[in-house]
Design a protein around this ligand. Sequence first.
Ligand code: FAD
Ligand code: SF4
Length: 514
Amino acid sequence: VHTLRLLLGDQLNAAHSWFRETDPGVLYVIAELPQEVDYVVHHVQKVCAFFAAMKSFADAIRKAGHEVLHLTLDDTQEFADLPTLLNHLCGRHQVRRFEYQRPDEYRLLQQMEQLKLGERIDIAQVDTEHFLLPFAEISDHFVRGEHLTMENFYRRMRKRFDILMQDGAPLGGKWNFDSENRNKIKAEQLAEIPDPLCFDNDVSVILERLRRYAVKTFGVAHERLLWPVTRRQALQLLQHFCERCLPQFGRFQDAMTDAVEAQWSLYHSRLSFALNTKMLYPMQVIRAALERYEQAEGDISLPQIEGFVRQILGWREYVRGVYWANMPEYMQSNALDAGRRLPHYFWDGDTHMRCVSKVVGQSLQYAYAHHIQRLMVTGNFCLLTGIDPDQVDQWYLGVYVDAIEWVEAPNTRGMSQFADGGLIATKPYVSGGAYIQRMSDYCKGCRYDVKARTGANACPFNSLYWRFIERHRELLQNNPRLAMIYRSWERFSQEQRREILAQAEDYLERIEAL
Ligand code: FAD
Ligand code: SF4
């Protein structure tokens, strides 16, 4: 062996140029690492999904003729961290060269760039060949500390990759059909929601290993993991999405319901894990969806496909740009000076607020919630109550199967918590109960009254919302997008305002018991 090549758990890209040729002198190492299971407490399904996908990837490239060393926690226990392990392996195999793909997470990039293996060994970094915007071009679009509108970035990407374009103009004459993507699911539409495609991956051996090393995790453990852990399964999920979910994707993108528990992911793709581990390539996903749209000859409307393309070509690449342009300071940002502790129900779902209980419950059950559940229920609640963004980040980074810091942090700290002071969102994503009621059926059967602002059963989101508006007046009142809100607040009588604020303070004092 002359070269050791490292593959991290989110670098499972079989189409990478590394794998074009086999060379018995190149040894690939892919390792379950103690440092990766405990930098935050993870959902048990997240750890299982990563470990199972890593194992399948190791098997697949071995089958393709490559030399592979797959190490489990059994093999890596004695090594304090990744650099120690790599030093050991380079020594043992007497390699002259070490290569790695640039990590997508700042923490790991630092670790690799500071790696020392001795003078005899050359170290080389290569690209992951995954993202659509090359890493070197991020700084052409994103400037540290400056807001770039997602919409402008998205339009550039549409033009650059010629996606949904016609003669230089957006197909259908409009770039964005977001306003048509805000439907609630009506009772008579529930029966049409497809069953999610769940896999049946045996992870009992991984669970045993986690127990053996007392790895701290949370969430519901299933011996049969439903997440895709091979490229084949990832492609099946993509196909399932294109066939069954895409036709209604945009329309019900923001909808939430718990009326059909078996169809918990609604029309969402659940492709984020397969994408973030790089089992799928973003343009491959976009092309598959476009192909389905074209074949459907009008059966799938433009807003459905545009809504989906925007998430991957737009949002996903955009948050990565914001992350790299603003790290490492981004992880210290706390523009609203929030410092409260995350209440216990984020870990057990035990709250009278039905919306929070349902979203947390689903997250614990499947390591998944869709975007609006993350943003407008749990995220909204944390923002309104002023939870410490570090704690909010750690929760989101732990709980979701797709959570990797480059995509989790801009979404959580930025879009959802406004801790970056508006680098991503032009205004904080806050709402009272009315929004949740409009987009979901959670309020039915909730112990709280979504219409009431004050009183024993008043929906906590209502008074907390107005408290937030009042509390951050200085920062927000000149924001033109919020002018109307401040006018509405001023239309309440002084007495009403006082009561609403007192109600909010009372709820905050009893936050653990809500
Ligand atoms: P779909 O609704 O089917 O969307 C298709 C794809 O578009 C997704 O798979 C994803 O790759 C991409 N996408 C959609 N929205 C975003 C977005 N805002 N940012 C980046 N990519 C997007 N996404 C993660 O991948 N990892 C995270 O850790 C993560 N944390 C989040 C935390 C908060 C507070 C919020 C509000 C959002 C977060 N998101 C995160 C974005 C988004 O919620 C998830 O990508 C999406 O819910 C994944 O489910 P899906 O695959 O069914 O997505
Ligand atoms: Fe959530 Fe309020 Fe609706 Fe209850 S009434 S589900 S707390 S929004």
